[in-house]
Design a protein around this ligand. Structure first.
Ligand code: UDP
Ligand code: MG
Length: 192
């Protein structure tokens, strides 16, 4: 045992920093949804500006009309909560009389935590007041958190959510494995 353990502690600290630096910066993707309240409050530009502080890149973006099936699948983990029905109505836009949300995929080092930091806590009253949810969210009289934006909370959630909201052809880059499928007699609209 050394009688002065400073050199050992110093070596330990250096190793810790190197390990931390090596593991903490995985390239990730995260799904962001500007919810109907964010759109009707004209917060789109503001939210995109705030998220641009992360220096992440956007690899997919679209306006979506949320179906009941998509809403229920997206919030499946909350299906046993008393507010689930209202949450589904909220994300579908029924509450705000708009049937649009904006879905975006951000990509870059530590994307999930960088975006969550700027987005803030789930409960807008507990969120940092300068976070997006802290600044613009509210709690309804029935207790639902209308918190303006969704952001994935883990790599597993992000992959599930991105695959739920986007097709491979709507994303720039190959982020997850794909397969070739041939579909015949697909009916869809084209420009007349
Ligand atoms: N939510 C709510 N009350 C709660 C928990 C969640 O109204 O007690 C809503 C809120 O809009 C939240 C969404 O359900 O954003 C999804 O909840 P989750 O726990 O996944 O939080 P998030 O990942 O969005 O921060
Ligand atoms: Mg969540």
């Amino acid at each position: 045992m050394p009688d002065d353990n400073k050199p050992v502690a110093l070596i330990g600290a250096i190793q810790f920093n190197l390990v931390k630096r090596g593991t903490a910066v995985a390239t990730e993707q995260t799904l962001v949804i500007i919810k109907p309240d964010g759109l009707v409050k004209s917060l789109t530009g503001n939210i995109l500006s705030r998220l641009s502080e992360t220096k992440l890149i956007i690899i997919g973006a679209k306006i979506v009309r949320v179906t009941e099936a998509l809403a229920k699948e997206h919030y499946k983990h909350l299906s046993d909560k008393p507010f689930f029905g209202e949450l589904v109505e909220y994300i579908m836009g029924d509450v705000h009389n708009t049937h649009r949300v904006m879905a975006l995929i951000y990509q870059g080092d530590g994307a999930i935590s960088k975006v969550r930091e700027i987005v803030g806590d789930t409960n807008p009253e507990k969120a940092n007041p300068v976070s997006i949810r802290g600044a613009y969210g509210r709690i309804t009289t029935t207790g639902v958190f209308e918190n303006v934006v969704h952001a994935s909370s883990s790599a597993e959630d992000a992959e599930h959510e991105i695959k739920l909201w986007f097709k491979p052809s709507e994303i720039v880059g190959d982020i997850y494995p794909t397969k070739d499928v041939v579909r015949e007699k697909v009916h869809e609209k084209d420009w007349a």
